[in-house]
Design a protein. Structure first.
Length: 99
């Protein structure tokens, strides 16, 4: 009997790369903040309590993974989440850990 695979094997490889990117609390926080509204870098710096260079590094990884996008308004770079569903595992795991 041949088992029907839910996804092609390459999907697991690709997803593992994304999961590695998501395995950082600040990046998860960024995604959850951006789920609610688009934000400029300066606002993310203020909300996260880390320096601009660190925020920029996290955003670059998220952008490279195509989880967030950026657009400019004047001198400010605004970020938004590509698909708000990406934060659902974070919320599910939080609820599970609370029993």
């Amino acid at each position: 009997m041949k088992i029907k695979r839910p996804l092609p094997r390459t999907a697991y490889e690709d997803n593992a790369v994304t999961y590695k990117i998501l395995a950082n609390p600040k990046r998860l926080e960024i995604l959850n903040l951006l789920r609610e509204q688009e934000m400029p870098v300066e606002e993310l710096v203020k909300e996260l309590g880390i320096n601009k260079a660190n925020v920029s590094q996290h955003l670059a990884l998220l952008r490279h993974a195509r989880l967030v996008r950026v657009h400019r308004k004047g001198l400010n770079a605004y970020y938004n989440i590509v698909d708000p569903r990406i934060v659902e595992p974070c919320r599910i795991l939080y609820k599970l850990s609370r029993g």
